[in-house]
Design a protein around this ligand. Structure first.
Ligand code: SP5
Ligand code: ZN
Length: 320
């Protein structure tokens, strides 16, 4: 395996919500700090990786994606958060974005992790893996939701779009409604997502196959719906369609929104994937032969996340 730069930032540890709230009922919050820690440990032990710390001097790049009002608001409410972590506001999409006093700092670290990866890819790295946490693809330009606060992958793609055409391939189990929304009217950033049926799965309001983009962006948003527990064979057919669309777009860069919540034992999701299926998926994607940034999104079966990340990197061989 060739040497791969893995971008990491420890401030994600500060964001550790006590519970998830839905319909007045509390349950375990699945988006936990050990998700990223276990991936990092596994990659360090078994892979040929160089851990790079996130650069925190990149905040001007965020402001162009998330309005400065949004970032200021977020910073202010993080200071005022109470024990429920739930703050009613226009900026918050659902009950899945609890805020504690350090959430802003953690989210800021996550977007810096993605942007650091993007700067490395722009300066010639072939493959970089940004260990973002909290995840980002449900966050829009001015809203948070679905465990996401800043849209890490969108910020990275937006940065890379200054140097060329960017395709985003989102293979998290859930549709990346925030990412779709951010680029919906743009033709220079293609958003392609394979995800579970939004009629039955979060985020419910978006992710349908007839959502193709608007105005200049018409034709540059491509949603592929697959069934829960569909299994790798049927998933690969959709992945081939996704890759075909990306090839015809002639992208200069690829951003992969990588969720591991397709794994068969994921507690909130699952496409029925085995561990080795992540190597097959990565091998297929690497056939695009594009300089690529992997951005961590979801995946909640913590005990296997390190192995899944390792399988993914090992499968990514063709481009090297
Ligand atoms: C980034 C990402 O994967 N976000 C996923 C957001 C999905 N949130 C809604 C899932 C609700 C699951 N609730 C489980 C409660 C079990 N009692
Ligand atoms: Zn997900």
């Amino acid at each position: 395996m060739p040497m791969i730069k893995v971008v990491y930032n420890s401030s994600h540890l500060l964001h550790d919500p006590e519970f998830e709230l839905y319909d007045g009922r509390k349950s375990r919050y699945p988006e936990t700090p050990d998700r990223i820690e276990t991936i990092k440990t596994w990659l360090e032990q078994y892979g040929n990786v160089e851990i790079v710390n996130a650069d925190h001097g990149l905040n001007k790049i965020t402001a162009s994606l998330h309005g400065s009002n949004y970032e200021e608001y977020f910073q202010q409410i993080s200071k005022k958060a109470d024990s429920t972590g739930l703050i009613p506001s226009n900026f918050i999409h659902d009950t899945y974005a609890p805020i504690n006093s350090d959430t802003y700092k953690a989210a800021r670290g996550a977007i810096d992790t993605a942007l650091t990866g993007a700067t490395l890819v722009a300066s010639g790295e072939k493959l970089v893996y940004s260990l973002c946490r909290p995840p980002g693809h449900h966050a829009g330009g001015n809203y948070m939701g679905g465990y996401c606060y800043f849209n890490n992958a969108a910020a990275a793609a937006n940065y890379l779009s200054l140097s060329g055409k960017v395709a985003i391939l989102d293979i998290d189990y859930h549709h990346g409604n925030g990412t779709q929304n951010i680029f919906y009217e743009r033709a220079d950033v293609l958003y392609v997502s394979i995800h579970a049926d939004p009629k039955l799965n979060y985020p419910y309001t978006n992710g349908y196959e007839n959502e193709n983009g608007r105005d200049a962006g018409l034709g540059y948003n491509f949603n592929l719906v697959v069934a829960k527990n569909c299994g790798i064979r049927s998933y690969m057919a959709s992945l081939e369609k996704a890759l075909k669309r990306i090839r015809s777009f002639k992208a200069d860069y690829l951003v992969v929104s990588l969720g591991f919540d397709g794994y068969k034992d994921d507690p909130i999701a699952g496409f029925g994937f085995e561990k080795e299926d992540y190597a097959l998926i990565a091998a297929a994607i690497s056939g695009l032969m594009l300089p690529s940034l992997i951005v961590q999104e979801g995946g909640y079966c913590v005990e296997v996340l390190g192995e899944l990340a390792q399988a993914f990197l090992k499968g990514w061989h063709e481009y090297f």
